[in-house]
Write a protein that binds this ligand. Structure first.
Ligand code: DUC
Ligand code: ZN
Ligand code: ZN
Length: 489
C-alpha cells in the first residue's frame, strides 16, 4: 500500500503572493498548507498546475448577502447562491453584514444572520455589524459582548432614510468601537445634499435612472469623508471608508493618511470599470447599473487606479448587492419607477477577481503581486483574518485559486451563479479565469462544476486586530494635558 505524505499536492504552478511570484509545488495536509517547495513528496490527490497561476483565494470584505437593505427589501441572493457565485469567481472568504434596523436588538440580528450563513455558506465568512439604532443597550451592553465574540468590525451609514446615523450618535459609535477594539466602516455620503438634489430633480421631471448619478453630487462624497475623518480623529478611532468613487474623495483620504491618521479605504470594480454613462439607457434599463455612490467619470477611474497604486486605497471589494430587474427587486415600485424608487446595488461577487485580473495582470496595470494584495492579502490583514486567510503560506488555510492566465471568457448574464439574473459587465471579454478553487483544502469548484455542500463554510471569529488599534495620539481637545484636565475618552 502506498503511503502518502500529503492529502493534495498542486504541482508545478507559478505561485503568487502580495510580494513574490515563484514556481513551486504547494502541498496540503488536512485544511492547511503544509509545504511549499520543489519536488515535494506525493499527495493522495495531485493537481497538475503547469502553465497555471496558484493564487490565494480572494477575500471580499464588503458584500450584502440575504440582507434587509436600505431599500427595505432583502437582496436577491441566499448565502448559498452568493457564496457559490463567489467561489466560481475565485473568492474563498467573504465579509457580509448583519444589519440592525431601527427597533431591532443587535444580538438577535446576529443570531439570524449566523443561522442563514450556517445553513447556506459554502466558503468561510465573518460579519460586519451594521448599527442603525445606537441605543444605550446596543452600545454599552450588546456591542462589547458581540465584539468579544468575534465580530471585530462595525458599519454605519451616513445616508439612507432608514439607516443613517447623525453626527452626535456617530461620535458615540466611534467611541464604542474604540473601547471594544473594533474597526469602524462607513458608507460616507452627505445625506442632506443628496435629498436636496433628489427633490429638485424629481420636481422638474428628471426621473430616469441616469439622474440617480446626478443626485449623488460629487461633493456629497468628499464632504462626508472630511466630516467622518474629523470625528474619527477626535475620538482617535481607525476607520475604513467604503466604496470611494471620486477623485476628490480619494484626495481627502490621501491627505488624512498623510497626516498620520488611521484611515483605510476601498474602491470597487464598478468605480474602476463603469461610468455614469452606463446608467443612460432607454426606459428604466439603466436601473441595472444603479448603485450608491454611482459610477462617475473616466477621469475618476484614472484617479482611483492611481490611488490604488499609491496605497491611498488598500482594497477592492465587490459591494455585491444584487436585485433582480423585476418586481421583486429593481422594479418593485412598478414597471416605470422614478430613480428614487429603485433599489441601489449591483451583483459583483463572481466577477470582481476576473475583472481585476484582466486589467491588472493580463493588461499589465499594477501587476500580479498588487492584484493579490488588493483582493486578498490587504483585506485579510485589515480585518484581522491574516495569516490564516489572504496568502499562500505555510500553516495558512488552503484557500487557493488555480488560474488559467490565458483562458478567454466573455461575461454573460447566463454564466453567473448569483440570483440577480444579470451582470452589469455582460459582454466584456476577459483573459484569465480561476479554473479550480479550493477552500480549506477541499476542491469546491473545478472546470465549471461545483463540488461543495451548502453550509460547509465556517464562521471566522476575529477581534479588530492591529488595524483597529487607536494611534494613541490625542487631538488637543481630548488630551487632558491640554484641555484643563478633562477626561473624555
Ligand atoms: N449602496 C449601498 O450603500 N449598499 C449596497 C449597494 C449600494 O449601491
Ligand atoms: Zn454603501
Ligand atoms: Zn455596500
Amino acid at each position: 500500500m502506498t503511503e502518502f505524505t500529503y492529502d493534495l499536492v498542486i504541482r508545478g504552478g507559478r505561485v503568487a503572493t502580495a510580494s513574490d511570484v515563484f514556481e513551486a509545488d504547494v502541498a496540503i495536509f488536512g485544511e492547511t498548507i503544509a509545504a511549499i517547495g520543489h519536488r515535494l513528496a506525493g499527495g493522495r490527490r495531485e493537481i497538475d498546475a503547469r502553465g497555471k497561476l496558484v493564487l490565494p483565494g480572494g477575500v471580499d470584505s464588503h458584500a450584502h448577502i440575504e440582507q434587509l437593505s436600505a431599500a427595505g427589501i432583502v437582496n436577491a441572493d441566499t448565502f448559498e447562491s452568493a457564496t457559490v457565485s463567489a467561489a466560481f469567481g475565485g473568492t474563498t472568504t467573504v465579509i457580509p453584514f448583519a444589519a440592525q434596523h431601527v427597533g431591532m436588538k443587535l444580538p438577535q440580528v446576529l443570531e439570524e444572520y449566523h443561522a442563514l450563513a450556517r445553513k447556506g455558506a459554502v466558503i468561510d465568512y465573518a460579519f460586519h455589524m451594521i448599527i442603525a439604532d445606537p441605543t444605550r443597550e446596543t452600545l454599552e451592553t450588546d456591542l462589547p459582548r458581540l465584539i468579544k465574540q468575534g465580530h471585530g468590525s462595525i458599519k454605519i451609514f451616513m445616508t439612507y432614510d432608514r439607516l443613517k446615523i447623525e453626527d452626535e450618535p456617530l461620535l458615540d459609535i466611534l467611541l464604542a468601537a474604540r473601547e471594544g477594539g473594533a474597526m469602524l466602516c462607513a458608507h460616507a455620503e452627505n445625506h442632506g445634499i443628496i435629498s436636496w438634489m433628489v427633490k429638485r430633480l424629481l420636481a422638474r421631471g428628471y426621473t430616469d435612472p441616469k439622474y440617480h448619478a446626478i443626485s449623488h453630487a460629487r461633493v456629497s462624497e468628499a464632504e462626508a469623508f472630511n466630516r467622518l475623518i474629523g470625528m474619527a480623529a477626535l475620538i482617535d478611532q481607525p476607520i475604513m471608508i467604503f466604496h470611494v468613487s471620486t477623485a476628490e474623495g480619494a484626495r481627502v483620504i490621501r491627505d488624512a493618511r498623510g497626516r498620520g491618521l488611521k484611515v483605510f479605504a476601498e474602491t470597487c470594480p464598478q468605480y474602476l470599470f463603469l461610468t455614469a454613462d452606463d446608467l443612460d439607457r432607454p426606459g428604466v434599463e439603466g436601473a441595472k447599473w444603479m448603485c450608491s455612490p454611482p459610477p462617475r467619470r473616466a477621469a475618476d477611474q484614472e484617479a482611483l487606479w492611481q490611488a490604488l497604486a499609491l496605497g491611498d486605497l488598500q482594497t477592492v471589494s465587490s459591494d455585491h448587492a444584487p436585485y433582480r430587474f423585476d418586481e421583486t427587486g429593481k422594479l418593485r415600485a412598478g414597471p416605470n419607477p422614478n430613480f428614487k424608487q429603485i433599489a441601489n446595488g449591483l451583483p459583483g461577487l463572481e466577477v470582481r477577481l476576473p475583472l481585476l485580473f484582466d486589467a491588472m495582470v493580463s493588461q499589465g496595470r499594477l501587476g500580479l503581486e498588487k492584484f493579490v494584495e488588493l483582493t486578498a492579502t490587504a483585506p485579510a490583514k485589515i480585518y484581522n483574518l491574516h495569516p490564516r486567510k489572504g496568502s499562500i503560506a505555510f500553516g495558512a488555510d488552503a484557500d487557493i485559486g488555480i488560474w488559467d492566465p490565458q483562458l478567454e471568457v466573455t461575461l454573460s448574464d447566463a454564466m453567473m451563479h448569483d440570483l440577480a439574473g444579470y451582470t452589469p459587465f455582460a459582454g466584456r471579454k476577459l483573459r484569465g479565469w480561476p479554473v479550480t478553487v479550493l477552500s480549506r483544502g477541499r476542491v469546491i469548484v473545478s472546470d465549471g462544476k461545483r463540488s461543495v455542500e451548502a453550509g460547509s463554510g465556517r464562521f471566522l471569529a476575529r477581534s479588530g486586530g492591529d488595524a483597529a488599534k487607536p494611534t494613541g495620539r490625542l487631538v488637543p481637545d481630548m488630551d487632558p494635558e491640554l484641555n484643563f484636565g478633562a477626561r473624555l475618552l
